[in-house]
Design a protein around this ligand. Sequence first.
Ligand code: AMP
Length: 302
Amino acid sequence: MSLLVVGSVAYDALESPYGKVERTLGGAATYFSVSASFFTHVNLVAIVGDDFHPQDEAILKARAIDIEGLERAEGKCFFWAGRYSENLNERVTLVTDLNVFAAFKPRLPESYRKSKFVFLANIAPDLQRDVLHQVKGRPKLVAMDTMNYWIERTNDELCETLRHVDILMINDSETRQLSSEHNLLRAARHIFKMGPSTLVIKRGEYGALLVDKNGVFCVPAFPLEEPHDPTGAGDSFAGGFMGYLASVGTPTDAHLRRAMVYGSVLGSFTVERFGLERLLKLKKSEIHARARHFLKLTQFKL
Ligand code: AMP
């Protein structure tokens, strides 16, 4: 089943102890789409400026990513620059230039409106809701991401969007901030009252938790000896997770658990190299091989 995503397509400048890249294709919706396209057809809604390079467009077109919803506007693409600490756990944002993103009013092409799986990547909550209103009928599954910026500045808007969402996928510090609860299980219970029935908490190198009415499921992060650049890991996780669910069509408990593993697999490949480098060389067989490796990582006997 096809999968709709709205979010940023950007140029990024990245710096980590392993190197530096001045300008590379990035953006939450880009990482999400490339990751999800290993599993299903993706309908992308985003905006780019007139500096969007044909080679970068070709990257999207070469995959199962529909770019009819990729609007072109006069001006420059969204630009983001970040620097990571020695252990890659901390990140400083050096630049956020919204550029064409500042006046973004997402418009869904007719062919996107019947999408049954929807992912609202990290953008202003009123834009996320606007996209949802353009989808015809009730999608099978709506998931969203958000960040501290929106929690702090547009809390009312965010709460309104959350009422229409099934799965919230955020990191642990945002979970605590949104719920004002330190304990993640108590935080989940608080967030369920806000709308979502499922919470996916991303915890970087410590893996991810899925919390819903059935309880808690944990997936580790794949142990890597030399991660290079965590940019986009969360969006790649979301792409693997939602891409897998859209490919199987029903979010049963077993499918949600497998989706968590595919999310962790895609996130782990992204951090192996800078930007999209590793994802662009990735083969489906490598994804399945790493998913099988997760079985070995987590199986034990009592
Ligand atoms: P992540 O590492 O998962 O936080 O995602 C990083 C990606 O998000 C980068 O490729 C950036 O271009 C993009 N990004 C950074 N800040 C924002 C923002 N405020 N809104 C939308 N996208 C952003």
